[in-house]
Design a protein around this ligand. Structure first.
Ligand SMILES: Nc1ncnc2c1ncn2[C@@H]1O[C@H](COP(=O)(O)OP(=O)(O)OP(=O)(O)O)[C@@H](O)[C@H]1O
Length: 690
């Protein structure tokens, strides 16, 4: 920041402090009234009735000889008490109603929105008059009446804030961790909903003080002989012409508080949505990052291998204990025995003009224990929808059909159509997810440690606070973060993209999952950090025996990390099989096109890459016949009739014999591929007719 910018920043904060001073003075005077008041505000002295300001009575006396200064000071106390009570009730009720409605959405939200609209449109003073008319005057009834008037704007603000956050990735991440609505609302939605409400409350102070004074002026607020500013005005009204000091002090007090409250609210609203108190609570940069520039190690495997050895060993052991289908041993060879996730005929549709539009059609894939499956394709090909649909992590409007079995035999769980309770048993425990946008997936108001602690607690690990934190630090160390203790104290925005991805991985590992789903885990990172993260994922697969689904459009990532690949185009699988063979001899023209577009290290400088003509983004039902036909260089007549089936494909005759008995068969959906209908020998993984 430039010196000019710093100066402007400082003078802006000074202005905020300046406008806050009258309110702070009002609060202080109210609190200290018994100490500051020179006399008892109720003590009458008829001999001194209507005395003008003097040394003995700096603000004069009223018609009963009561000291005006003392009454003003005690008036501040009463206004402060009533205002604090009204704010506490209306803010609590409003924020709770707005937050719950915003989170639940649907008909609850619609009904609450209508009620809020009605409450806001009713004149507040009429509501208060009606309540006091029924219940009678008094401090308690005044608070009830004013709260009924004041709650609705808080509910509206909170609802709008939460509705904007409802579908954010960091809430998806929490749901995935198994967090229930109570915890999500209490810990993650109330704080951001309260922040703008506090800004509004600073403006509301003036409105409430004015409302209390007005009701007292009308004889419906604070009953005499209590000193209240509005009450003072009404009592002094008959004498205002001859005794100006009866009108000015309470009038000025009300005006100053109302004016300062409006100015402060405006300043907070333009400066930052968060009230300054929250900014004080959140440091700009933690101490450990101030002292040195922390970056992830150059090679995660080497730097953290020893530190993580014990953690990973214990993690593997614990995972094996929980294994429902027999013990799991670390290492890909031992783990490759069984299918962990079996997806069949998976379709996803989203609401679209006049109905639904399918974006994934009849996709099938399998993830085997300890193996990495990559879903690849251009943007909009449906890979994210196909990977996240089984876990209920798509937009609530998405319609998912088909089958996704997690586990095998009698222990297998059907994930499609599972209820919230069943999902909580799976998400965050048996399955962890790493989202693409690591900044959005982490709550900006909570430390990294708080995120991981929560994941650890959700997974039923940890126990007491310090024990939980130890597990958290162990997980952060396991993901190769160089300073787990310091990182736990940091906030998401204080870490680099690579570090945040490691944090997400640590959160995902908290439940010792059998399956990790990573959505474009490296796409926003530079090449070096990308390589470190890929090393980390490979190490976790090897050390923990964990299966993974990697969603990526980057074939370089796929080649480096995955064991098997599913290539998607327009929501359908066009080719699938072991990465090595698919990359070596792509069968589908789309796969070939994707590979041709990848820069090759041995390419002569200046070589132009081959790009595929046409645009991606079509849905499975948008084009008649094969969706790739408009871009296909080898399209033939049948391609226009109907989409080709995904058939087992015999590898080329020159393929090694091991491929003929490979556990994962190659499949391709292409009419122009003559070998596509050839049946390959069955393997232990996917078989025809599965
Ligand atoms: N909530 C939604 N409502 C409507 N359409 C959606 C929604 N989410 C995704 N889609 C559409 O579904 C299709 C597939 O999206 P998806 O994110 O699964 O593709 P992708 O291959 O993962 O793309 P990307 O790499 O850009 O994330 C796209 O056309 C997208 O516009």
């Amino acid at each position: 920041m430039t010196a000019g910018g710093r100066w402007r920043g400082r003078s802006a904060s000074r202005r905020t402090v300046l406008v806050a001073l009258p309110l702070a003075g009002f609060a202080l005077v109210g609190l200290l009234a018994p100490l500051l008041a020179p006399a008892d505000p109720a003590a009458t002295d008829l001999a001194a009735s209507l005395s003008p300001p003097s040394a003995e009575h700096p603000l004069g006396t009223d018609q009963l000889g009561r000291d005006q200064l003392s009454r003003i000071l005690y008036g501040a106390r009463i206004s402060l008490t009533v205002t604090a009570a009204v704010l506490a009730v209306s803010l609590t009720v409003g924020v709770l109603i707005g937050t719950v409605a915003g989170y639940l959405g649907g008909w609850v939200d619609r009904v609450v929105a209508r009620v809020i609209d009605m409450a806001v449109s009713l004149p507040g003073m009429l509501v208060a008059l009606a309540v006091i008319g029924v219940r009678g005057p008094g401090v308690q009834n005044l608070v009830i009446a004013m709260s009924l008037w004041a709650w609705a704007p808080y509910a509206r603000i909170a609802r709008a804030r939460v509705a904007g956050l409802r579908d954010s990735p960091h809430l998806d991440a929490l749901r995935l961790l198994g967090a229930g609505p109570g915890r999500i609302i209490g810990r993650h939605l109330l704080p951001p909903a309260v922040a703008p409400c506090l800004v509004y409350a600073s403006t509301d102070v003036g409105a409430i003080v004015l409302g209390v004074a007005t009701l007292s002026f009308l004889g419906l607020g604070i009953p005499p002989p209590q000193a209240e500013w509005g009450q003072m005005l009404i009592e002094g009204r008959p004498y205002l012409a001859s005794a100006w000091w009866l009108a000015y002090p309470p009038g000025i007090a009300i005006t100053v508080v109302v004016f300062a409250s409006n100015l402060l609210g405006e300043r907070l609203a333009i400066g930052d949505e968060r009230p300054s108190i929250l900014r004080w609570v959140l440091p700009t940069r933690p101490r450990f990052l101030r002292s040195r520039n922390v970056r992830p190690p150059v090679t995660s495997a080497s730097a953290s291998a020893s530190a993580s050895a014990s953690a990973s060993a214990s993690a593997s052991a614990r995972a094996a204990e929980r294994q429902p289908v027999g013990p799991r041993s670390a290492g890909p060879s031992a783990a490759s025995a069984g299918t962990l996730l079996c997806v069949r005929d998976l379709s996803v549709a989203y609401p679209h003009v006049g109905g639904y539009r399918r974006v994934v059609a009849d996709v099938r894939y399998e993830v085997r224990r300890g193996r990495i499956l990559a879903l690849v394709g251009e943007t909009g090909s449906g890979k994210t929808s196909a990977a996240l649909a089984p876990f209920g992590l798509l937009d609530p409007d998405a319609v998912v059909t088909g089958s996704a079995l997690l586990g095998a035999g009698g222990e297998a769980r059907q994930l499609v159509g599972a209820g919230p309770h069943e999902r909580r048993l799976v998400n965050g425990r048996r399955v962890g997810v790493v989202f693409q946008d690591s900044l959005a997936a982490l709550n900006p108001l909570r430390t990294i440690g708080a995120h991981v602690d929560e994941a650890v607690r959700n997974a039923g690990r940890g126990g007491r606070r310090d024990a939980t934190r130890r597990v958290t630090e162990e997980l952060l160390r396991l993901t190769g973060l160089p300073d787990p203790i310091g990182t736990a104290r940091a906030y998401a925005h204080q870490l680099s993209g690579g570090m945040r991805q490691r944090v997400q991985i640590a959160i995902a590992l908290a439940g010792e999952p059998e399956l990790l789903v990573a959505d474009e885990p490296t796409s926003a990172l530079d090449v070096t950090v990308q390589a470190q993260l890929l090393d980390l994922l490979a190490r976790l697969r090897d050390e923990l025996g964990m299966a993974m689904i990697i969603i990526s459009h980057d074939l370089a990532v796929v080649t480096r990390l995955a064991d098997e690949v599913v290539v998607m185009y327009a929501g359908r699988t066009v080719e699938a099989g072991p990465v090595a063979t698919v990359i070596r001899s792509p069968a589908h023209p789309y796969t070939r096109g994707l590979l041709d577009a990848v820069p090759h290290p041995s390419a002569v400088p200046g070589t132009r890459f081959r790009t595929m003509p046409g645009r991606s983004g079509a849905g499975p039902d948008d084009v008649g016949g094969c969706a790739f036909r408009p871009r296909c260089p080898i399209a033939i007549a049948p391609c226009a009739d109907h989409p080709p089936e995904l058939l087992t494909w015999a590898p080329d005759p020159g393929a090694p014999a091991s491929e003929l008995v490979a556990p994962v068969l190659r499949r391709v959906a292409c009419f122009a591929q003559p070998a596509a209908t050839t049946r390959a020998p069955g393997g232990v993984g996917e078989r025809d007719g599965d």
